[in-house]
Design a protein around this ligand. Structure first.
Ligand code: HSE
Length: 411
């Protein structure tokens, strides 16, 4: 059978390389079926490429060739990618994508089409790059109620925070380094504002809790307001700051889902996840905590996950895998304010002693982390209802809150 690859960027070119270089392994894993590259769709020219004969600019070449059974989408975005993926599924082809935006925004609709057409729509590479997480959630962990899924889902922001924590580099300098090293995009908005991690937690939460979760349902905060002082205050608490995407069930059949910088204990496995690495913790009621760790981005790691899905599709051409989630439901995702946590606050103050006194009155058990040498005050509360702790902190006079973070209890 032929495989078509749409989009010859970083991931797509890696997919082509793995498909050709490891063809013997892939054929063996696909139960002896021929697995040949058929087409590479891209609007750009690649003169001198060893794959020159496969290039086309015309999607119809793919859709009109009956030998093409599996289509890989590594274009990114939702405009053309959505249109082509939909057409490929409607034409009875299985589709594999690494495109988290497509899955987070259109996953339910595309899974429904795949169901109707008895084909597969798979997206292991859309979360955690090369780290296996979608397959474990849909196979090995299915006997568990998932009590929480949480992780470091974005490599660029983890690189920046690592530089801030380990080397005392401030946010803008660390971002520039990440760009120079090619980790962050020229326009790094989706990484540093948390949108990339948001799409990934949408996919994980949809899988864990059975209803489509849209990015707009998820409270999303990035890392650009995290200061070196926050990093130092976290160290005083025996913690590190990480950008965490998380989701968990709460009372009334609802779930929470959010992306935000958070304190995690130095003793947590996730505190040992540095640079561009990702890690995802799944808390199952039967299994307990399990952590998936590895390279969350990059050409070959991501291609590894894409091609594994291609092999899975090849093995399930006649019998669709039971996979996916149900329709979205308004009000299913509720605010993190319903959760219980210790909370960190950093605030501006013009009268440090007055603010300190008021904080001690309102939060008798709180640990004051700042030393009064700046016009800011930072403190860590005892565990309580997040919404109530926030309201109480906001009621402290002479104080303007600049940063709020949860202390998360993760593996
Ligand atoms: N920009 C993403 C990251 C790439 O930094 O993790 C993988 O989604």
């Amino acid at each position: 059978m032929k495989i078509a690859v749409m989009g010859f960027g970083t991931v797509g070119s890696g997919v082509v390389e793995v498909l050709t270089k490891n063809n013997d392994v892939i054929v063996k894993s696909s139960l002896g079926q021929a697995m040949d590259l058929g087409y590479i769709l891209d609007i750009r020219d690649f003169p001198g490429s060893p794959y020159e004969k496969y290039f086309t600019k015309n999607f119809n070449d793919i859709i009109s060739d009956p030998e093409v059974k599996i289509v890989v989408e590594t274009m990114g975005g939702v405009t053309f990618a959505y249109d082509y993926v939909k057409q490929a599924l409607l034409s009875g082809r299985s589709v594999v994508t690494s495109n988290k935006q497509l899955v987070a925004e259109k996953g339910y609709e595309l899974l429904q089409i795949a169901d109707k057409k008895n084909v597969n729509f798979m997206f292991e590479a859309s979360v955690g790059g090369g780290i296996p997480i979608i397959a474990p959630l849909t196979e090995c962990l299915t006997a568990n109620r998932i009590e929480e899924v949480a992780g470091i889902l974005n490599g660029t922001t983890n690189y920046i925070l690592t530089q801030m924590i380990d080397n005392g580099v401030d946010f803008s300098q660390a971002l520039k380094e990440a760009q120079d090293l090619g980790y962050a995009e020229k326009d790094p908005t989706s990484d540093i504002e948390g949108y990339d991690a948001c799409r990934k937690i949408c996919i994980l939460a949809s899988l864990c809790y059975g209803k489509h979760i849209y990015p707009e349902d998820v409270s999303t905060e990035g890392i650009k307001d995290v200061t070196l002082n926050d990093v130092a205050y976290a160290k005083k608490c025996g913690c590190q700051i990480k950008l965490i995407g998380s989701s968990k069930p709460v009372e009334g059949g609802h779930i929470t889902a959010s992306v935000a910088p958070a304190f995690i204990k130095d003793s947590s496995i996730l505190a040992d996840v540095h640079d561009v690495f990702n890690a995802i913790m799944v808390r199952g009621d039967a299994l307990g905590d399990v952590v998936f760790y590895g390279r969350g981005a990059g050409k070959m790691p991501t291609a590894s996950a894409v091609v594994a899905d291609v092999i899975d599709c090849a093995k399930h051409l006649l019998r669709k895998r039971a996979f996916g989630w149900g329709a979205p439901e308004k009000g299913f995702v509720v605010s993190d304010d319903y959760l219980t946590s210790r909370m960190y606050f950093r605030a501006e103050t013009n009268d440090y002693s007055l603010s300190e006194k008021e904080i001690k009155d309102k939060f008798p058990e709180a640990e004051i982390l700042s030393d009064g040498s700046l016009n800011e005050i930072a403190f860590m509360t005892d565990a309580g209802n997040i919404g109530e702790l926030k309201n109480k902190a906001e009621s402290v006079e002479n104080m303007n809150i600049k940063m709020t973070m949860r202390l998360m209890n993760l593996a």
